[in-house]
Design a protein around this ligand. Sequence first.
Ligand code: SAM
Length: 248
Amino acid sequence: MDRQTLTALAHADHPISAPLNDRNVAEVLDRAIRRPDAHLLDLGCGEGAWLLRAVQEHDGVTAVGVDIWDAGFDATRADAERLGVADRLELVHQDVTAYRSDRKADVVLSVGAAYAFGELLPALAAARGHLAEDGVVVLGDCFWERTPSPELRAEFENGPQSYADLPTTVARVVADGWTPVHGHVSTPAEWDEYEWSWTGSLAAWALDHPDHPDRDQVLATSAAHRESWLNGYRGVLGFVTLVLRRTP
Ligand SMILES: C[S@@+](CC[C@H](N)C(=O)[O-])C[C@H]1O[C@@H](n2cnc3c(N)ncnc32)[C@H](O)[C@@H]1O
């Protein structure tokens, strides 16, 4: 089974690909959307779950999501049709680094997707380029809740991406010219819900499809992920979602 299909299965019960529960997703969107006709752009939107919530809960809001992975787009478009909001949600299958638009966004989201630009600051630079004058950025990224072992650091900081502790992470963002107007640090319960859902959805699918040729692979992927979480990054890796406005 290819990685895209596996990922789609893993997110079956948790369409947001980040450790936030529904209440906190709604809260972050409420804080970020400052006008009834706001236009949203999500750089690395996954299946588009944040945007579907936004257009569903905020009449008049329009949204464009961009992702290099489109396996979840059809299901989200079908949900949008069913909910009567399809005309306000567009999903674009493209590399975000190549995405260009003449339309500035009132809200630019990058949640768990800063790595598409290398890391946090280049992601903020890209968001700034797409942002309307008085716009808001929703940035979600990992940080180290506790000092990681060298092995864990190597596992999560491959390539240009590196993480810091929470105060340093926020200080980097502030030094880049942003003022946080809201923030949410994912709770241990949100992390557990996310990881159990990810690993559990895969395991349940494998057990429900005993004769499928990919069953063993899916079961093994679930078990490996669960091990690396429980014996590795649980309680060490954190996730913060910041609502940011430009510092005057
Ligand atoms: C952890 S997921 C987060 C998805 C979504 N923001 C959410 O919170 O549900 C990261 C997403 O970034 C996307 N991504 C990574 N590199 C990308 C690139 N160069 N262009 C577009 N999307 C990219 C991945 O395909 C993936 O869907």
